[in-house]
Design a binder for this molecule. Structure first.
Ligand code: NAP
Length: 287
């Protein structure tokens, strides 16, 4: 930070609230490790100030911004271009400024896929059970369909799962089934599926004693990915581990979306391990 000069390039994240973000820790650690003259800052931007903030990005020549809740959808009409995944998912978490031209990307969905592939799990030809139909489930479902998986989407509110399945259908030929989240449907969906992804907020602080899946349905041979990262080991992951299943926590997805954003901001390969370490420390400091 002491070496900020007139040439330092500025990146950041906009959201409301923003105090709990781990992105500045991850990105600044990566800039330092690679010796890049960049800095990454948090910006608290309220809904009514979003358009001013995006114009400000142009005016101040901020080279890259991450976008978090509640702006991922509302930012879209303020941008000049969108990449294909952002267009399909209709959510942007990364904006790159090239000479005043703002392009929106979605690195959450590919970040999830990278996290899965980093454990040597290739979705193509697999049946995958997706829990939830909110913002995160949407990106995860689209990228899994793009990667060639058939999906069973289970959500507390069936109509949202059905809506998500119908949004995927025009783009991909995969089988996508929508179901209510219940033990009976889970049992049926898990038959022949060996990957389960929790995208609901069930099990997140403060309700850490909750789980979306009864422990009796968890088996060895399954991979259970919980995208919740607070806590890192949710009740679902603890019970999946105890059942002998392979588990992946939400931190990997968070770090991978940051890695992909970093590469768009700088054009350099991101140091995954350094970013993961910084995010892990930032998460521990939250407690
Ligand atoms: P969201 O849009 O609000 O969606 C929440 C989802 O959880 C909905 O499907 C909702 O079902 C379901 N849900 C909530 N309470 C429930 C309950 N008691 N029983 C059953 N289902 C319940 O939230 P989001 O943005 O998708 O985020 C979901 C989780 O993912 C959060 O914990 C968030 O922190 C985490 N996340 C992690 C990453 C990462 O990088 N690791 C990225 C994004 C999000 P209904 O439709 O029925 O309401």
């Amino acid at each position: 930070m002491n070496s900020i000069t007139g040439k330092t390039r500025v990146c950041g994240i906009i959201g409301d609230p923003i105090e709990h973000t781990m992105s500045p820790a991850m990105h600044n650690a990566a800039f330092e490790a690679l010796g890049l003259d960049y800095v990454y800052l948090p910006f608290h931007v309220r809904r009514e100030e979003l358009a001013c903030a995006i114009n400000g990005m142009r005016a101040l020549n901020i080279v890259g911004l991450n976008v978090t809740i509640p702006h991922k959808v509302d930012v879209i009409p303020l941008l000049d271009k969108l990449d294909a995944m952002a267009e399909r998912v209709k959510a942007v978490n990364t904006v790159v400024n090239e000479n005043g031209v703002l392009t929106g990307y979605n690195t959450d969905a590919p970040g999830f896929l990278q996290a899965l592939r980093s454990r040597s799990i290739e979705p193509e030809g697999k049946k995958i059970v997706v829990l939830g139909a909110g913002g995160a489930a949407k990106g995860v479902s689209f990228i899994l369909a793009e990667a060639g998986a058939d999906l069973a989407i289970l959500n507390r509110t069936l109509s949202r799962a059905e809506e998500l399945a119908s949004q995927i259908a025009p783009y991909y030929q995969n089988k996508v089934k929508a179901m209510t989240l219940s033990e009976e449907n889970l049992k049926q969906a898990l038959d022949g599926a060996n990957v389960l992804v929790n995208n609901t907020s069930v099990g997140m602080v403060p309700e850490v004693d909750q789980t979306p899946v009864p422990a009796r349905l968890l088996k060895s041979g399954m991979t259970v990915f919980d995208i919740v990262y607070n806590p890192l080991e949710t009740r679902l992951l603890g019970e999946a581990k105890a059942a002998g299943a392979c588990t992946i926590d939400g931190l990997d997805m968070l770090v991978w979306q940051g890695v992909l954003a970093f590469e768009k901001f700088t054009g350099r390969k991101a140091p995954f391990e350094i970013m993961k370490e910084a995010a892990t420390k930032a998460l521990a400091n939250e407690k």
